[in-house]
Design a protein around this ligand. Structure first.
Ligand code: AGP
Length: 585
């Protein structure tokens, strides 16, 4: 959700920031811009569209200090004028977040003569800093920040001054020192190979970076110490390594992600179990794909651990009138650990006295700092906007936790899970089904029990990378309304891996076929394969324990979505209108 990066050093700032923006592009790709201090004056290049549009112009910027931005538009169209950086007087700013009181501030500033050039909320920031500036950029940035409501991670530069000031509130900023240089950025991968040690700013922190120093301050300009953390992102994990897209590369990384996550769970197992002792309410939450993993978490806790559990979207949970309490455990699932709704739900529950377990791929993220306990997801950096390996690893972490909390009452050999995913990716032939999806007017995914949770994810994955309309439903609900959509132009994809509920889902396939609808069946069950062999497109998945089947069926559905995107010529890594990390509410 917008990426920001700053550099102060002796290298070519334009080139370095351009490279950093390419790494941050998964956070938003509506427009991009770079500002560099050149002989005391600020030069800006910016453009609507992808970062690579700045390739040539970035090289021509001469200077050693600069800031850059890659945008996911919130306020104002994704055009040139709304692209960051924004400027007022001597001040230039890039911003990630949402300024909720921007309209009021703009009105006040306009009344006193300010002219705005963009439709963005962000433009009030350079205006305010410019007004407050009296020779000290940090002081002016702090005064500006005090006027802002909402969320911000902003970087500010001033003509004639070789420093960058960073400010953070509810949007991430990390800072670090390299060799003869210093950086600030939205996340760790952008600084892989550049800064071995990083400092994660907390809400209300400000940082001043120059070629030779990184200093952190509070809002009273008092120095603040933040513990250094090791930058875990390796440059190799950011390379395509011969794959045409990150989506397919990351799909193939799922087996390792699951294996590493299962091993890492051992390190937190005792604490995780203790967190559930005495709990009278267990809630799973998340957004998008992470919510679909949360739904599986709920089922695992109910069915494997025998603990009644609920699942709710994080954006809804916050407003349902109930806020946890000491006997509540909130399990917040999030790849990035920065999703605003999930982070705020976690904060709300933590403040109510609940235990908060963060199931996250990013151990230094906002949610990890709020949580009582971080349950590690070890998927490594996920660049493709569509989540794949992180979802698989989240499922593995949640299954391991439910099995552990069951106290040995339920035992499943999870060691075979990585091999099951590899076997699925290697063996299934999904091309014909991908062609059917690409031709269909709508694609509906259905299942029951754990298969329903996976159906929702299959539908989301296809929608986000192919733009084909559709939805995910419990297959029992088909006859209660969705059946009206079924005709020869629609495709219904049934996930049938739960043997106990298979007969019921098979009825739904029959109801679809008898009304002339196209049907596909993804199943681990030989009897289901036989039943529909010649009447539907059947994708045979490796036989496995029902509770491991989501790893298998999800891998098949992720591969399906990828193939459809390729057939339709979409960019699966950067779907239109989306961004990887949604740090606004
Ligand atoms: C997944 O394919 C989506 N891009 C999206 O739904 C994502 O899972 C959601 O925004 C939550 O992100 P998080 O896991 O980083 O919290």
């Amino acid at each position: 959700m917008c990426g920001i990066i700053g550099y102060a050093g002796s290298g070519n700032a334009g080139e370095i920031i351009y490279d950093g923006l390419l790494r941050l592009e998964y956070r938003g790709y509506d427009s991009a811009g770079i500002a560099v201090l050149s002989n005391g004056k600020t030069e800006i290049v910016k453009s609507a569209g992808r970062v690579e549009k700045l390739n040539t112009s970035a090289q021509l910027l001469g200077g050693n200090v600069g800031i850059g931005h890659t945008r996911w538009a919130t306020h104002g169209k994704p055009d040139d004028k709304n692209a960051h950086p924004h400027r007022s007087g001597r001040i230039t700013v890039v911003h990630n977040g949402e300024i909720e009181n921007y309209a009021e501030l703009k009105k006040q500033l306009a009344a006193s003569g300010e002219r705005f050039l963009s439709e963005t909320d962000s433009e009030v920031i350079p205006c305010l800093i410019n007004r407050f500036y009296g020779g000290n950029l940090l002081e002016a940035a702090i005064k500006c920040a005090k006027m802002l409501n909402g969320s911000y991670a902003f970087l500010a530069m001033c003509d004639g001054c070789e420093e960058i000031v960073a400010a953070k509130f509810r949007s991430p900023v990390i800072v670090g020192q390299g060799e003869n240089c210093a950086y600030c950025s939205s996340d760790e991968p952008a600084l892989a190979g550049k800064c071995p040690t990083l400092y994660i700013l907390e809400d209300g922190d400000f940082a001043v970076i120059t070629k030779s120093s990184v200093k952190i301050f509070d809002e009273n300009m008092r120095p603040v110490n933040r513990a250094p953390v090791i930058n875990s992102a390796g440059e190799q994990s950011l390379a395509l390594c011969g794959y045409p897209h990150y989506m397919i590369k990351e799909l193939w990384e799922a087996p390792a992600a699951v294996k590493n996550t299962l091993s890492a769970f051992a390190g937190v197992e005792a604490e995780a179990r203790a967190a559930f002792a005495g709990a009278d309410r267990v809630i799973f939450t998340g957004c998008g794909t992470a919510y679909h993993a949360a739904l599986l978490g709920k089922r695992y806790f109910c069915e494997l651990a025998g603990i009644p559990a609920e699942a709710e979207y994080a954006g809804e949970l916050r407003y349902n009138g109930i806020q946890g309490g000491k006997k509540t455990v909130l399990v917040a699932v999030t790849q990035s650990g920065e999703t605003a709704d999930t982070v705020e739900a976690a904060r709300l529950y933590k403040n109510s006295g609940a235990a908060v377990l963060a199931v996250t791929n990013c151990p230094h993220s906002a949610i990890a700092r709020i949580a009582t306990l971080t349950v590690p997801v070890c998927a490594g950096p996920e660049i493709c906007v569509a989540a794949t390996k992180s979802y698989s690893a989240q499922i593995a972490a949640l299954a391991a936790m439910a099995l552990s909390v069951s106290g040995g009452k339920r035992q499943i050999d999870t060691d075979c899970a990585p091999a099951l995913i590899s076997q699925t990716l290697q063996d299934i032939d999904i091309y014909a089904l991908a062609e059917m999806c690409a031709r269909a007017r709508g694609v509906y995914f259905m299942g029951r029990g754990i298969d329903y949770a996976v159906a929702l994810e299959g539908s989301l994955k296809l929608k986000e990378v192919s733009y084909i309309a559709g939805g995910g439903y419990p297959s029992g609900e088909l006859k209660h309304g969705t059946l009206a959509l079924i005709d020869g132009t629609t495709l219904s994809v049934f996930i049938i891996c739960d043997g106990e509920l298979a007969a019921k889902s098979m009825d739904a396939v029959e109801q679809t076929l008898s009304r002339g609808g196209m049907a596909a069946v993804l199943t681990t069950l030989p009897e289901v394969q036989r039943q529909f062999a010649r009447r539907a497109e059947v994708i045979s998945l490796p036989e496995c324990n029902k509770y491991l089947s989501p790893l298998v069926s999800a891998a098949a559905l992720q591969l399906l979505a990828y193939r459809v995107a390729v057939v339709l010529g979409r960019d699966p890594d950067k779907p239109r209108n989306l961004a990887k990390s949604v740090t606004v509410e």
